[in-house]
Design a protein. Structure first.
Length: 164
């Protein structure tokens, strides 16, 4: 199947998660394009979609939200999986609830949506970002769990195989 995977990342962790998912889907025989949502002008010809975004201030990035708005009608007629990358839910890192991005996802009726833990390295951030994240109580560190990402990608390949 032809699959479009979009990842919207400011500091790289969401792109890394997206790349691992793309790799797993390719290993299962799918033809996968990975792109930034703002670079996609046309989604005709894709059979399925995986949409991913980093979560900032409880929301997907404006580019990721804009993508779902631009292509809402076409996305409704194809299987869509979504993932968020954020730091909520970690022991000390309750910045806010990524489920507040729910309205975006509900409007496109995803097969599944998961949130993967991300990365907070103050050295990579602007002063403004650092203070917002610290005010939110984010835990510093790299919490990416690529095995969990691979397992989720496996659930996508299984679902696609079952529907083929
Ligand atoms: C300014 C700022 C705001 C953030 N806001 C949230 C948030 O509201 N919810 C959340 O779960 N994570 C939040 N995070 C954590 C990021 O989602 C996390 O660092 C993620 O790995 C970033 O993805 P990226 O590297 O692809 O940009 C925030 C981080 C920063 C720096």
């Amino acid at each position: 199947m032809r699959i479009l995977l979009t990842s919207s990342s400011r500091h790289g962790s969401t792109d890394e998660v997206g790349a691992v998912i793309a790799q797993e889907l390719r290993a299962a025989g799918h033809d996968v394009d990975q792109a930034r949502p703002e670079d996609v002008a046309d989604i005709a010809g894709y059979d399925a979609f995986v949409l991913g975004s980093a979560v900032y201030m409880t929301r997907w990035t404006p580019q990721a939200i804009d993508f779902t708005e631009r292509f809402r009608e076409q996305l409704r007629s194809r299987p869509v999986w979504a993932f968020s990358v954020g730091l909520s839910g970690l022991p000390k890192g309750k910045i806010s609830d990524p489920h507040r991005i729910g309205p975006v996802l509900l409007s496109i009726d995803t097969k599944d949506h998961v949130t993967f833990a991300g990365r907070f390295n103050p050295a990579d951030l602007s002063l403004r970002e650092r203070s917002i994240a610290r005010m939110g109580g984010a835990s510093e560190g790299d919490f990416l769990d690529l095995d969990a990402v691979r397992a989720w990608a496996g659930s996508i390949t299984a679902a696609l195989a079952a529907s083929a």
